[in-house]
Write a protein that binds this ligand. Structure first.
Ligand SMILES: [Zn+2]
Length: 141
C-alpha cells in the first residue's frame, strides 16, 4: 500500500537541487579577507565629523600616512578639529575603493548566495530570452 513508485520518483529528481542549495560547500567565511584589514579602517569623530584615514594620517598632528587608528595613543591623541578623545571616534570601515573593490565585495556577498543551479538559470534564462526575441523578429518577415 505504501509502495508508490510515482511518489518515490518525484522527490528523487528534486534531491540534486536541494543538496546543492543546502551544501554550499565553497562558501567559507574567511575572517581575514585581505581587502578588509582593520588597520585600514577609517574612524569618524562623532563630535565634529572629522574622519581619520590611516592612508593619509594627520599632517597637522605629525601622524604619518599608513598609521592605523589602533596605533594612535588614546591618552594623547585629540581630534584635530574639536579635540575629542579617541573614544569619541567611530569605526566607519575601510575607505571606498575603486569599482574593482566593490566587484570583489559583490562577489563575496552576493554571488556566493546563488547556487550554481540558480546561476545557470539566470544565464540560460537570459540566453533563452534573447533567442526568443530574435526568433520573433524573424517570424515577422
Ligand atoms: Zn572632532
Amino acid at each position: 500500500m505504501s509502495e508508490d513508485p510515482v511518489q518515490e520518483q518525484a522527490p528523487a529528481s528534486d534531491v540534486p537541487q536541494d543538496a546543492d542549495a543546502v551544501d554550499a560547500p565553497e562558501a567559507p567565511e574567511a575572517p581575514e579577507a585581505p581587502f578588509d584589514d582593520p588597520d585600514t579602517h577609517r574612524f569618524e569623530c562623532r563630535s565634529c565629523g572629522f574622519v581619520f584615514d590611516p592612508a593619509e594620517g594627520i599632517k597637522k598632528l605629525a601622524i604619518e600616512p599608513g598609521t592605523p587608528f589602533s596605533a594612535l595613543d588614546p591618552l594623547s591623541f585629540r581630534c584635530p578639529v574639536c579635540r575629542s578623545q579617541t573614544k569619541a571616534f567611530k569605526d566607519i570601515g575601510p575607505r571606498n575603493k575603486p569599482s574593482g573593490f566593490e566587484e570583489n565585495l559583490g562577489y563575496g556577498l552576493g554571488v556566493n548566495q546563488l547556487t550554481p543551479g540558480q546561476k545557470n538559470v539566470l544565464i540560460f534564462g537570459g540566453f533563452a530570452l534573447a533567442i526568443a526575441f530574435f526568433l520573433s523578429l524573424y517570424s515577422l518577415r
